[in-house]
Design a protein around this ligand. Structure first.
Ligand SMILES: CC(C)(COP(=O)(O)OP(=O)(O)OC[C@H]1O[C@@H](n2cnc3c(N)ncnc32)[C@H](O)[C@@H]1OP(=O)(O)O)[C@@H](O)C(=O)NCCC(=O)NCCS
Length: 162
């Protein structure tokens, strides 16, 4: 087996990156990322990108500072499928936690779907603890343009940041 070591940069996601993020979800999802970037301009959220030397994002994720008082809430975390389970999601979450600390806040929050035990195990490994559950719903668009309402239940998790 051959091994290649690649340097990864973590920076803010920009509008120019959106066409290169189609791997992260549907057109509806990308529209919600675009709206998040508008909120980033207003300082309400940070949206991060992890990039190899090509400068094309292979992982993205947002931090919302308006959802939970005194905390940054991680959401829309996504790593390019072919590069999952290599530690990139861990890098992204650690960078998000540094951004939260940089705003003088001491807590990170997130919600993980109850049917996503692998992601939950990762968050627990990184020190997040479950404290509640919450129903969530959002629109999902199929490739033929059909939009359906997706309903789920999320486990709420949090981590104190020293
Ligand atoms: C959840 C997600 C963001 C995590 O990112 P990731 O890059 O896969 O996470 P990591 O690689 O840092 O850690 C996860 C796994 O890699 C392993 N791992 C971590 N560092 C590693 C390394 N250096 N080498 C090999 N494996 C490693 C972990 O033990 C863990 O094991 P698992 O695959 O059995 O779960 C990503 O998998 C993803 O986008 N999933 C689909 C969308 C999703 O579920 N989003 C979360 C919504 S809450």
């Amino acid at each position: 087996m051959a091994e290649v070591v690649l340097p990864l940069t973590i920076r803010d996601l920009t509008r120019a990156d959106l066409p290169s993020c189609a791997w992260s979800g549907s057109a509806t999802h990308l529209a919600s990322v675009a709206r998040a970037l508008e909120r980033a301009d207003r300082g309400e959220v940070d949206y991060l990108a992890v990039c190899p030397p090509s400068n094309l994002p292979v992982a993205i994720g947002g931090i919302d500072y308006t959802l939970n008082h005194g905390a940054g809430t991680l959401w829309q975390l996504a790593v390019l499928g072919e590069l999952q389970s290599c530690g990139i999601g861990t890098l992204l979450i650690e960078a998000a936690e540094r951004r939260i600390r940089g705003r003088g806040l001491h807590r990170a929050e997130l919600g993980v779907e109850e049917n996503n035990p692998r992601a939950r195990a990762l968050y627990e490994r990184l020190g997040y603890r479950a404290y509640g559950r919450k129903p969530e719903a959002w629109d999902e668009e199929a490739e033929d343009g059909t939009v359906t309402r997706y309903e789920t239940v999320c486990t709420l998790m949090r981590k104190e940041l020293p």
